[in-house]
Design a protein around this ligand. Structure first.
Ligand code: ADP
Ligand code: ZN
Length: 214
């Protein structure tokens, strides 16, 4: 089963994708993670997208479609794919549809995670992650352990994303509502859409996702 997790920055797409990977052996394809990896390893493409990402704007469709194509060409994922942070524009949505047909894959569910702006801003400005295992923390609701070590893996590498600041977040939200939210109508029209309440606890959100994937 292949799904798209759709929602604004901070909606919890990455957190839920990680759970699905663990529990169902699905494969997470996060264009945000791929782009950050390209930056860290210092590739030409990574250098090209750095400023755009830090500002909170979208990188070009060509780049992200290319990244997804590369992954899909590696072969079929037995547990299914989770598209996380992709597609983000109508052009990307069309391209994904064509790619899936080309690869003999289906799109089974598009899950829209609804969270209001106020909660998004709180979540993102308080967010940190473990640089080693990717565990996500929140200064208010799930603080980084007082002993300085990640509760999941013991690493001391607490990191914050360069674009998790108030100004970039504004740009990211604007990009979401202007360029990505039209996909809600797009997938509603093709009957693939399911909308869930992303404001509930992590486990309750996971349960809702399970229900719509059943
Ligand atoms: P978030 O959903 O928290 O904003 P992501 O990790 O998905 O963050 O993406 C971070 C940044 O990477 C985006 O703000 C954008 O610059 C770039 N990016 C990621 N995915 C895409 C995409 N599908 N199309 C264009 N830009 C993207
Ligand atoms: Zn960790």
């Amino acid at each position: 089963m292949n799904i798209i997790l759709l929602g604004p920055p901070g909606a919890g797409k990455g957190t839920q994708a990680r759970k699905l990977v663990e529990e169902r052996g699905m494969m997470q394809l996060s264009t945000g993670d791929m782009l950050r990896a390209a930056r860290t390893s210092g590739t030409e493409m990574g250098k090209k997208v750095a400023d755009v990402m830090d500002r909170g704007d979208l990188v070009t469709d060509e780049i992200v479609i290319g990244l997804i194509r590369e992954q899909l060409e590696l072969g079929h994922a037995e547990g299914g794919y989770i598209f996380d942070g992709f597609p983000r524009t109508l052009k990307q949505a069309d391209a994904l549809g064509e790619l899936l047909v080309e690869m003999g894959e289906t799109l089974d569910r598009v899950i829209e995670m609804q969270v209001d702006d106020e909660a998004l801003i709180q979540r993102i400005t308080a967010r940190s992650t473990c640089g080693s295992c990717g565990e996500v923390y929140n200064d208010d609701t799930k603080p980084w352990p007082a002993d300085g070590k990640c509760a999941n893996c013991g690493s001391t590498d607490q990191t914050r994303r360069a674009d998790d600041n108030a100004e970039s977040l504004n740009t990211r939200l604007f990009a979401y509502y202007k360029q990505t939210s039209p996909l809600i109508g797009y997938y509603h029209a093709s009957r693939d859409l399911a909308s869930i309440d992303g404001l509930q606890s992590m486990d309750e959100v996971a349960q809702q996702i399970k229900d719509v994937m059943a």
